[in-house]
Design a protein around this ligand. Structure first.
Ligand code: ANZ
Ligand code: ZN
Length: 821
């Protein structure tokens, strides 16, 4: 009874929590709502240490808002379509569903043990037909709005997985799943028109500033890559074998038009073949073969030796009339801008490198004050004044940019434009374990969406094991009685689309489905969704900084335009938790430094592992498991729990007569903890909680002992604060204090402002005897602390102005005198 028995405590409470439905929101409008969401897991085996960290952070937030009196929605589900299930099925001659749902059960069991305060009745799996029916329904809405379309174009192709990849899934030129170098292939594929939303995806980031990590916003901004500039059309001269034509370039520097000395088209673009003269064709074709093998990253690397071939043709500069040789090179990308550039070697480093490699002229047209590019090999890119530039001469750079655009607009040879790096989202995949694309291809009607009342289009039966092996076409194509259907529009013979959707489509709207996961008439209920969303706190890894978050933001905006949701951003606040390392390195099989979560839970108990995860560092920072002490956490938990052994006052006894010093510690801790929680400083809350436990123990062992109602007050506060981090121990302590379950909804302790005031004194800070600052400090501040504070003072720093210090005289708590060197 009086010893802290982790196993007994863990065995006792889960059934009680289930029985109470302690974590289901009331959704009755009686309390303010708060949606706390963790990025839902992929069911790859059992939970690992990374899950333990991420879900601890989300759970701490959910539990905090529940204690603060919010009606909290904290659901859980699985992102359960995807390649690993299919690869496992091929290896084991099984169906992907077997592996997937077995893993989901394993993970669900572990999440329950880990005491995630989720509403288990809302559980969803994206691979359930009840879910993907609505993914298909949404696809049809996008299709009808012209936001889902098919086109033939060069796409990223993973030769190992035998499927296409979105740009977002190509990391440093390699497949983000298997690491194989990605190649290009011409294929007819489905796209979402995310580029239509480029501006709004950028502009709406204003709403997220200060609530999302700045680096995530920066990554999104960069990925969207808005550049302002101009299209300028160059006339390609006619010759014996070809009529004249116009080719546009995209430039952010129209002010440098007079400095263009050659013209470059992307070697792999069709345009290169269109332009090349017969005499240079063979050379170009050989060069194109060589370029094919390179990734985009390699091609754009600035340090790489420049390569290219002359096409035999010339382009005429519309402002100067000058004839520029047209080259084909790989440093110009086929799918950015127009796939062609005017090269200005004096002011663009890559153009300069190319000019030096092929002995092309370099002409400075902006005087930046720096030495000439032709002499130094360094392009000058700064601000400056235009020179050698006709009527632009003498203008500063921004003015010259505006004037050059006016000139070409007057001529009709170009116009101001905005270019984006963002490409449309390639969403079709040639694999089995995904949401089938609900389109029927009819020879007479074209692409016909499957009518809503015929959804879901379920995955065909009978495919398993080897029949799922990647062959470059979707395995669905082999199931003839599934493929062949009659056209919903004309009734004629037609075929189903055989591709499945990228799983990022599934995860772009799951946070909406959680509000009514069993709804059978719509993907979600608009009113209910508008009550709960945007998500108030979203928690997940920074690896999703672009993909999932960008796609979800896009979906939300489309749904807003469709009148289906009343907000334009899905996640008001985002927390990126750090990684769990071991010995300073990410855990991995090859390093052999993996730590098994289940083993840690068996050894130290769930609460000790959770507490360790949260206490180790601020949530955004990495946790090195080699540096932490779950056994130390377990000792602290036992110490906190044992306070319950000594509290002898009755439930509800009035603390007003109790030990004022202890009461003051309790109230200050509770008050500060609320602020620290709002600021995501979870680890500091634990440190403060440890101090409160120590103060309470001290009060019991000295003073009035366990009969003092202030001790009960303090111990109850310990239980409530502890319930955020160590739910089992907190519940048991609460129970021993004579309360009914559950402490999870006991409510945040009320703070008496009168108990927060702490006496303070003013310390005077002098530099060479002159008063420079006054600091408000605690009367029992140490000399060392006061010295630090004084030296950190901005006024003092300003007066010192970089001078060293000879001596510092400290008379705590009233005076510091600094003598500079
Ligand atoms: C002439 C020029 C002069 C340029 C100068 C730059 C500096 P961002 O800011 O990334 O949008 N460019 C355009 N299309 C390209 C392509 N398909 N592949 C490689 N480079 C391309 O960059 C825009 C600039 O990148 C454009 O402005 C163009 O070079 C180049 F002093 O035009 B500039
Ligand atoms: Zn038809």
């Amino acid at each position: 009874e009086n010893t802290y028995d982790v196993a007994a405590i863990e065995a006792r409470w889960p059934a009680v929590w289930d029985e109470l439905r302690a974590f289901a929101p009331a959704d009755d409008g009686s309390r303010e709502r708060r949606y706390v969401l963790d990025m839902f897991p992929y069911p790859s085996g059992d939970l690992h240490m990374g899950h333990a960290e991420a879900f601890a952070m989300g759970d701490v937030a959910a539990r905090f808002y529940r204690q603060k009196g919010y009606d909290v929605l904290h659901p859980i589900g699985w992102d359960s379509f995807g390649l690993p299930a299919e690869n496992a099925a091929i290896k084991r001659n099984a169906h992907p569903a077997e592996w997937t749902y077995a893993n989901i059960e394993t993970q669900a069991h572990s999440f329950k043990r880990y005491a995630i305060s989720a509403d288990w009745e809302r559980r969803l799996h994206t691979s359930d037909p009840e879910y993907y029916r609505w993914t298909q329904w949404l696809f049809v809405r996008f299709f009808q709005k012209g936001l889902a379309y098919r086109r033939n174009s060069p796409v990223n192709w993973c030769p190992k997985d035998q499927t296409v990849l979105a740009n977002e899934q190509v990391i440093n030129g390699a497949c983000d799943r298997c690491g194989t170098m990605v190649t290009k292939k011409n294929l007819n594929q489905w796209y979402f028109k995310i580029t239509d939303y480029a501006d709004r995806l950028l502009d709406d980031m204003e709403q997220l500033k200060g609530h999302w990590p700045e680096r995530v916003l920066a990554m999104q901004r960069n990925w969207i890559g808005r550049s302002e500039g101009a299209h300028v059309r160059f006339r390609i001269e006619a010759d014996a074998d070809q009529a004249a034509s116009d080719v546009a370039v995209f430039t952010t520097r129209p002010d440098t038009l007079y400095g263009a000395t050659f013209f470059v088209v992307a070697a792999d673009a069709d345009l290169a073949l269109d332009l090349v003269t017969p005499a240079h064709r063979a050379e170009l074709e050989a060069y194109r073969e060589q370029v094919k093998g390179l990734s985009e990253i390699e091609r754009q690397a600035t340090e790489r030796e420049k390569t290219g071939v002359f096409t035999g043709r010339y382009a005429v500069n519309p402002l100067t009339g000058e004839k520029l040789p047209v080259w084909a090179a790989d440093y110009v990308l086929a799918d950015y801008g127009t796939g062609a550039i005017m090269a200005v070697p004096a002011h663009d480093q890559r153009d300069l490198d190319f000019a030096r490699a092929f002995d092309l002229p370099v002409r400075t047209v902006v005087d930046t004050g720096a030495e000439d590019a032709a002499a130094t090999g360094v392009a000058t890119t700064g601000e400056g004044t235009l020179v050698n530039s006709g009527e632009l001469t003498g203008l500063d750079k921004p003015t010259a940019i505006r004037r050059a655009v006016e000139l070409i607009e007057e001529q009709g040879t170009g116009e101001h434009t905005i270019n984006y790096r963002l490409r449309d989202w390639l969403l079709s995949r040639q694999r089995f374990w995904g949401t089938p694309i609900p389109i029927i291809h009819c020879p007479s009607c074209g692409e016909v969406p499957v009518p809503d009342d015929q959804l879901p289009v379920t995955l065909p039966e009978g495919l398993r094991g080897e029949s799922l092996a990647p062959k470059g076409t979707s395995p669905l194509a082999a199931v003839e009685d599934w493929v062949n259907v009659s056209c919903p529009s004309c009734g004629g013979a037609a075929k189903r689309d055989t591709d499945t959707m990228d799983t990022f489509v599934d995860s772009s709207w799951y946070y909406l489905r959680f509000v009514n996961p069993d709804l059978e008439t719509a993907p979600f209920d608009t009113d209910a969704v508008n009550r709960w969303l945007p998500v108030g706190q979203y928690v997940g890894g920074v690896e999703h900084a672009i993909l999932h978050l960008l796609y979800s933001r896009f979906f939300t905006k489309v749904l807003f335009d469709l009148g289906m949701v009343g907000f334009t951003e899905p996640f008001s606040a985002l927390l990126n938790q750090g990684q769990v390392l071991n010995g300073g390195k990410a855990m991995s099989k090859s390093l052999g430094n993996g730590v098994d979560l289940g083993e840690q839970l068996d050894r130290y108990g769930v609460d000790a592992v959770r507490l360790t995860m949260v206490f180790a560092s601020p949530p955004e920072d990495d946790v090195d498991w080699a540096d932490v002490s779950p056994s130390g956490s377990a000792k602290f938990l036992a110490r906190a729990w044992r306070l319950g052994n000594d509290v002898t006052s009755a439930v509800g006894s009035d603390p007003a007569t109790g030990d004022r010093a202890l009461r003051s510690v309790t109230h200050r801790t509770v008050s500060d903890a609320a602020e620290l929680m709002e600021a995501n400083k979870f680890n500091v809350v634990i440190a403060r909680l440890m101090e409160l436990v120590n103060a309470t123990r001290k009060a019991i062992d000295s003073g009035a002992g366990g009969a003092d109602p202030a001790v009960r007050e303090a111990t109850e506060a310990v239980a409530i604060l502890l319930s955020l981090f160590a739910p089992y121990t907190a519940e048991d302590l609460w129970n021993r204090l004579g309360h009914e379950a559950t402490v999870a909804t006991a409510g945040w302790p009320a703070v008496d402002p009168a108990l927060l005031t702490q006496a303070t004194v003013v310390a005077v800070v002098q530099v060479q005897g002159k008063v420079r600052d006054r600091l408000t400090v605690s009367p029992d501040i140490t000399e060392e602390e006061l010295r630090e504070l004084a030296l950190a003072s901005e006024q003092v720093q300003r007066v010192l102005d970089g001078r060293g210090i000879r001596t510092v005289i400290v008379r705590a708590p009233k005076l510091v005198n600094i003598v500079p060197a």
